[in-house]
Design a protein around this ligand. Sequence first.
Ligand SMILES: C[S@@+](CC[C@H](N)C(=O)[O-])C[C@H]1O[C@@H](n2cnc3c(N)ncnc32)[C@H](O)[C@@H]1O
Length: 293
Amino acid sequence: MTLSLPHVSAARVHAELARGEPAFALDHSVARHVTAAAPWWPSAVQDMHRHGTRLMAHLAARGLDQILDLGSGLPAPRGRQVHQIAASVAPGPRATRTVYVDRDPHAHTARRIDLVDQLGATSVLADITDTTALFELSAVQAFDLRRPVAVLLHDVLPWLSDEEATGLLAELRHRLPSGSVISVTHLLTAPPPYATTPLVRAYREAGMRLRPRDLAVISSWSGTWPAYTHGPHTGAGPLPVCALLLRAPGPGRFTRPAFWSSSRRGTVPGTSAVRRAPRSRFRAEGAIRAGTC
Ligand SMILES: C[S@@+](CC[C@H](N)C(=O)[O-])C[C@H]1O[C@@H](n2cnc3c(N)ncnc32)[C@H](O)[C@@H]1O
C-alpha cells in the first residue's frame, strides 16, 4: 500500500481565510503564516469570495444557466454555493447545470459528498491546464455548446504559471460559444502598504507558488473579447485584487455589473471593450465590493 504524505491544500487554506472554516493543523499553520506576512490578505480573499457570489447572481439573472467553475475549491456553506445561487435567481424554467472542477482530491471529494442530494451539479477531479482533457470530460460535453456558458476562474489563475493561464484563457475563448462569459478574480502586484512580496515569500516557504500580476497582463487575457475590469484602479477600495469579466463577441448587450463602481469610460488595451474609472470613492470595504445587483 502506498501512503501519500500530507500536503498543504490551497483549497483548505483559502476556505479558512475566506470563511474561517477550521482547517487541518498543517493548513491552519500556513493560513496563520501568510496572514502574519500580509495582514490584509484574508480581507482580500473575502472580497474575492463576496464578488464571486454576487457575480454569479448577476450572470444567472441574465439567463446564464450553464456554469463551469474551474478551480472550484471546497464547497461553501449550503445556500451559498454557485449552483444554488444560480438556481435561486434563474429567470426561466430551464434547470441550471453546474460543473465544478478541481485537481485537489479533498476539494473534489468534499464537493461530491455535498452534492449527493443536489440536482444539476457535478464535481470533477481534473487539471484545468489540460484543456483538451477538460473539454473531453463527459460532464463538460453534456453542456449544450450552442448556448452560452459562464466560466468562473475565481482566485485560481494566481496558482497557474503565465504560460498555463494564457493558454487556458486562449483555449476558452476559442471553444466557448457566442454569448459566453468568463469571470476572473486575481491578486494584483502592489507596493506597500499592500506589498505582495512578503505574501508570495510566505506561500513559497509553505511550498506554494502564488503569482500576483499586473492589471495589464490580466486585461490582456481578454484578447479580442469585450471586457470590463474592476479593482483598485477604478477606485474600488484599496486592496490589490481585481476582477475581469469578458464575453464572447456576439449579439446582445453586455452590461457592466451594476454593483461594480460607477465610472467614466476608457478602453481596455487591445480590446473593443469599455473600462471605467470611478466617479466617487468606494467605502473602504475592499477592492471588489458590492452594492446592489
Ligand atoms: C484559492 S482556491 C479558490 C477556490 C474557489 N475558486 C474560490 O473562489 O473559493 C484555488 C483552487 O484552485 C485549484 N487549482 C489550482 N490549480 C489548479 C489546476 N491546475 N487544476 C485544477 N484546479 C486547480 C486549487 O486546488 C484550489 O482549490
